[in-house]
Design a protein around this ligand. Structure first.
Ligand SMILES: Nc1ncnc2c1ncn2[C@@H]1O[C@H](COP(=O)(O)OP(=O)(O)OP(=O)(O)O)[C@@H](O)[C@H]1O
Length: 239
């Protein structure tokens, strides 16, 4: 693959005596979507945090847009919009205030206008003045999605982005990702919902207990196994 936007080479994370993930490698071409799939505790969040530069690998190497975190932290971080799966909204702020706050921290140009745009993109324009602490899980996910989009980063990293979304918003999310890809952005996301990966990803990496247990393009996987479900079962040694 020529000049992939993300290059992950043999990353391992050890904390104490526990190996969280071991020797994970993959590449993501610019303008495409890769889904990390696996069950609870598979190591998805750990891999995403390492690619986002939040956590450093014990060994192995990560390059994003030709940059390594250690060599250029600021420029590396500017390549990435990160949507966490565990954000605690404790501020007494409205959706608009919170997004304005994040936009100010990141020195987003034409801040007010960009906040308007992302609120509309995630369907929260009419809830802009409501406190985020009163939002449902799915609405909170959409606020987090909006903040990841604020700076229009080349790379979006999203941890379980569809958790809590109802079928309508699941569908909207798929469309949003497709639009984002069309605009040339690259997306790396984790999910345990194979249906979402199947609908939107170009490439899949299956993780289980911290290990890479299978991967391919969605087309290759469908051709070989019939479905993502069959491939996932196969990767777990179940059939
Ligand atoms: N800071 C930490 N210290 C020790 N162990 C950790 C730490 N963070 C994660 N783990 C462990 O690493 C393993 C992988 O966790 P991770 O959160 O990456 O999995 P995941 O695939 O995202 O799971 P889920 O779908 O449940 O969110 C789990 O066994 C978890 O308990």
């Amino acid at each position: 693959m020529d000049n992939p936007l993300i290059q992950v080479k043999g990353i391992t994370k050890v904390i104490g005596r526990q190996t969280l993930v071991e020797e994970i490698s993959f590449q993501v071409p610019g303008g495409s979507i890769l889904a990390l799939c696996g069950g609870n505790g598979a190591g998805k969040s750990t891999v995403l945090r390492m690619v986002a530069g939040i956590l450093q690998p014990t060994s192995g190497e990560i390059t994003v847009n030709g940059l390594k975190w250690k060599q250029s932290r600021k420029r590396f971080s500017m390549q990435i919009g990160y949507m966490p799966d565990d954000y605690q909204f404790s501020h007494g702020l409205s959706a608009e205030e919170l997004l304005n706050f994040w936009a100010a921290l990141r020195r987003i140009p034409r801040r007010k206008q960009r906040v308007e745009e992302v609120l509309a993109l995630v369907g929260l324009a009419d809830k802009r003045n409501s406190l985020v602490t009163t939002f449902s899980k799915g609405m909170r996910q959409r606020v987090l999605f909006a903040q990841a989009l604020l700076a229009k980063p080349p790379l979006l990293i999203m941890d379980e982005p569809t958790n809590g979304l109802d079928p309508f918003w699941m569908n909207e999310f798929v469309k949003l990702l497709q639009n984002i890809r069309e605009e040339g952005h690259t997306v790396l996301f984790s999910t345990h919902q194979l249906e979402i990966a199947d609908r939107v990803a170009d490439q899949i990496v299956f993780l289980n207990q911290g290990k890479h247990v299978g991967s391919g393009t969605t087309a290759e996987i469908r051709a070989e196994f019939g479905s993502l479900y069959a491939a996932f079962h196969h990767s777990l040694g179940l059939g």
